[in-house]
Each structure stands twice: as structure tokens, then as C-alpha cells.
Design a protein around this ligand. Sequence first.
Ligand code: 5AD
Ligand code: SF4
Length: 445
Amino acid sequence: MTKTFHIRTYGCQMNERDSEALACMLRECGYRQVMAEEEADILLFNTCSVREQAERKVFGKVGILKKLKRRRPDIIIGVIGCMAQNYGRKILDELPHVDLVVGTDRMHLLPEILQDVCTGQRGQVHTEPGTEVLGKLRGHEPGRVSAFISVMRGCNQFCTYCIVPYVRGREKSRPLPDIVREVEEVVAQGAREIFLLGQNVTAYGLAELRDQGEYRPDVSPFADLLLAVNEVEGVERIRFTSPHPRFMNQAFIESITTLPKVCESLHVPLQSGSDRILKAMRRGYTSEDFMACIQAIRERQPEFTFTTDVIVGFPGETPEDFEATRRVMDAAGFEMAYIFKYSPRSGTKAAEMADDVPRALKEERNQILLQDLERRSAAGNDVYIGRTVEVLAEGPSKRNVERWAGRTRTNKVCIFPPAKSIQVGDLVQVHIERATPNSLFGEVL
Ligand code: 5AD
Ligand code: SF4
């Protein structure tokens, strides 16, 4: 009988991407994917280690499956991804009912590993580091308008708060022709928007150049990649995440502001607006450097919208440091941000510093930033009222299936009435009539 599987994903878009590829690989091997956890013979948890809270959630979630396992001993439970890479065998010590632990660098081997588990070899742990996964974990959801493509993995930055370089290892980029070939494949399957993914996409190809002794600070292999993807016929839009401000040089800025398919929206992590904190985080830029990048982009392309990641409550963050963050966020005009309350990760430099901002104060700062964002996004969305914008139709809206949703090039969600003449993947012109802090509403012209 065909075995069914269910994948639950935690964390970043890279994990979403890995889960999608994994699901495609497993379906090709004859397993059937189910959306309901209760119907699955195989339960996989693709995990995240960036914050302690995310890890605790998984330990809790997988922990309570012990009962299910007692009732249905045949069920297969797997912990995969960052926590698997981070803890390896320790996961089995804590959760002995888990059948397999597969780290980020071994994910492409999951079909083979599952086969062994199905024939009784339970309790497998695979966490050997390696780079083959980059080209081998492949597969896309057919018919999807947006395709996520992994261009590099790992991180060499060692920001003092971050566990990623320890868990995911050093930066490694895929060769440009491989990426372009994958872009052509997904376009043939119906994708119109290409989302390039990496822990630090602006460092794409740099480690390889360094190894060959050909690194220069003014080159940007990522800009070359954008140019190559821009040339692929059938691609309508290009987006990417996340760039590191340190590598946003002239070549990169020229490329994103001039290539016609690169969308006018940029997610660029600020982390803090205080130069003292940025230094303690070892981010490699000042608030002035950061703003200079934003201004350079804005001067060339005033339409650009910006979003960011910010950490509140980093060790030693004073009220003045926090106000500096608010000021820079305001100057950059961020309308959306992922705000993280600092949590120490063992093994990192910052974990040796005192986590001295009380939890309540972290929460208070979080709330203040959220209010700032809401104010700015309401004002930012109001600007669209009365304008006509290009929207990529994605299909029925999640909240109300009677309406359709899509995004503008500036990454604003736009809701419009469906029409027979509009298909998923079409670019439509929408006249905006009303706006909320979260969405634009309009009529199709
Ligand atoms: N505590 C809080 N937030 C963190 N991030 C990374 N490490 C930590 C930590 N120890 C945030 C950063 C990063 C995002 C993915 O997670 O803002 O950009
Ligand atoms: Fe972590 Fe910094 Fe690398 Fe981003 S750039 S993954 S925050 S170490």
C-alpha cells in the first residue's frame, strides 16, 4: 500500500523551499502527500534553530507524539533540517520515539533513508556536512506562479547573535548555468515569478572568487546572476532574499534598479539602528552606510519599498540605542518588518554577554516598533489610492475565496474581483480604490 507523508515546516523561506523540493522527490518515489497530519504514515518536521523558542516548539510538538506512536507503532516520525543538524543524536536521547534525524546537508538522501526506515532500520541519524545537497534537493510544485530557487547555502558572516553559520556551515554557491537551467524548467512548468533564495544572497559566488584569488570588492556575481535570470524568456518578475547590506555594492545597486524584471521591493535586514549595537553584533556596517544604500536605490528608483529584520533587546541595548533603531527604520521607510526579541543561542559570541534587557522591556520595544510599522504602512498604502498598478494574479484570496489576490511589483497584496478573462499567472492592471495597512483593493481595468 502507498505510504502517505506530511511535512510540517518551521522557520525561513529556505526551509519552505527545502520542504517543497522534498515533497516533490518523495511523490516521485511513490509516496502520497497528505495535508492532514492524522492521515499520514510518515510525519516529517523540517525545523529551525535560529531562535530558542522555535526549537522549544518542536521539542514540545514532537514530544506529545509519543502517545500516537504507542497507539500506532508503525508510524514514522522524522526530525529534519536545522535542529537535526544542530543536535544530531541528542534528539534521539530526548525523543526516543523519533525514527530518523536528517540534517540540512543530507536532506537530498531522504528518499533512500526512508526506504531503510520502512524496512525496519529505525533510529537513523544523518548529519555529516556536505555540499551536494545544493544541486540535488530539487523539485517544484507544478502550476505555481512563484518558484523558489536556492542559489547559495550557508553563511560566513558570524554575526555575534546568530547560530546559522554553526548549523548550516560555510557559504557555498551553485554554478550560474545550473540556476539558469532550473529557472527555464520552472518557467516551462508555469512559473512567472522567480524567487532567488540564500542565507546571504549578495555574497553569491564571492567565496568561490576568494578561493580562486579573484575577489574584488567592486564585483557582484549576484548582479551577474540577476542579469542572466532577467534574460530568460517567460520570467516576468524576479525577487530575492536575503541580501546582506555589507555586500550591497555599486554593481548590485545598478543591477536591481535597472533590470526590468527585478521588482521594486527589497527585504534588507537592518538588525539595529545603533552603531554601538551594530558593532557588538559584528554586522560590518554603520547606520550611515545602511542609509546610503537605501538612498542610492531610492534615487535611481523612487518606487522601491523596503522591508527588514530587526532584533530588539540585544545585550546592552539602552533606550538611546532603541530610539536610534526607530529613527533609522523611519528614515528607511520600512512598512513591514520581522521583529525578533533577542534570545541567546549557545555557542555564539553574544551568548557570552549578559542577556540584560528584561523580557518585559523586549516586549515593550517590540510593540512600539509594530505600532510604528502600522502607521507607516497605512500611510504608504494610502498613496496607491487612485493609481493603476500591475498585479500578478495568484488566484482566490485566502480570506475570501470570492475575491482574487495578487501582488504589485512593490510587493503589496492587492485584492480584486475575479473575471473569466483572468487566469492564474496573468499580469493585470488594477485601479486601486481603497487601502488598509495590509492590502490594496481595486477593480481590474
Ligand atoms: N535572537 C533573536 N533574533 C535572531 N535572529 C537571528 N538570531 C537571533 C537571535 N539569537 C533574527 C535576525 C535574522 C532573523 C532570521 O532572525 O533578525 O535576520
Ligand atoms: Fe546569521 Fe548574520 Fe549570517 Fe544572517 S548574515 S545568517 S544574521 S550570521
